[in-house]
Design a protein around this ligand. Sequence first.
Ligand code: SF4
Length: 386
Amino acid sequence: MPISPHRTVSSDLHDILSKVLSNTRLSREDGVRLYRHKDLTSVGTLANLVRERLHGARTYFVRNQHVNYTNICNKFCKFCSFYAKKGGPDPYEMSIEEVRRRLEWHRDSLITEVHMVGGINPRLPYSYYMDLVRAVKDALPGVHVKAFTAIEIEEIARVGKVSHEQALRDLMEAGLDSLPGGGIEVLSDRVHRELFGKKLDGEGWKSVARAAARVGLTQYATLLYGTIETVEERVDHLVQLRELQDETGHFVCFTPLSFHPEGTELEDVKPLTGYTDLRAIAVSRLMLDNFAHIKSFWIMNTPAVTQASLWYGADDADGLVHEYEITYNEGEFGNKTQALTYSNMVAMIREAGRTPIERDSLYQEIVREGAEPPRARSLTPLTVTG
Ligand code: SF4
């Protein structure tokens, strides 16, 4: 017989437990209490109730490849280790041919999604972005192209001298399917001013999101946590996203992104622990009652924390992530990348006691002929250089 959550959740959270059991929206104050409560297991139990109500044991993942087409950037965000700078990564700008070559490398991996983001490189013309999207669709017909944060959309519109909406329409005509979540990091004017003042602010980010909803694009959302933001600012970010989702309904998934200080201007900031990562996932699941999916991005959280997160609110373990270059630097194009094999991803989810489901970018299940994958030998991600 299942144990009643009233016995496992700390008694001083029973008012929130009642709300969770009756599917009642949590308040901003509830979110702050959940962030501050010393009993992480209780917070995780609450989040798991929501996770299992929505998805049972199902845990999604996607076969995806990342393309970070340039690291030249004129925004100089203090939390960023990716952009080219003195003493940091060398500058690069991928030609369309180079992008094609990289897609070719993973042709056998049955990639269903290509995720493209890059720095804000003012030398790139409007046509480059259209060509980029077209090149992916030509190389991998039927693949889902998730590309360009709101900051890039603003840059693309600027160089094309068109509105956000027109830029989005042109990109969709070239083959763009959805927008990734990044770009705003945290919806706080204070953090924006102090860490990424040259980028679009919160209202600007929301205006691009609204334009995306109007033209019928799906979007994803994120929170970068662990820089200088307060707990209240993290919760406020979630409340603002929840309100925007009430208005547009076009977000499909939320991913809390754990900050890595190495190589940034914030190297003195204490690195995060798995404890904070699990709490960020759990509180997101509880606050974002109108988001269907919460993702644990294993490349930032580690596969081990991702396994635990599947009991703390996450229902998505992201993907095989070939070619991700933003958190780990070194190698050709100044970068080192990481990837999990298909069988390692499946083993990672199964070992955590959950059911792996390969999905497409819109969370439709993908069933393949002879689907039983080979047994994994190790849960360790591959490190692929260049
Ligand atoms: S986070 Fe993006 S916009 Fe900011 S410096 Fe890095 S690449 Fe540029």
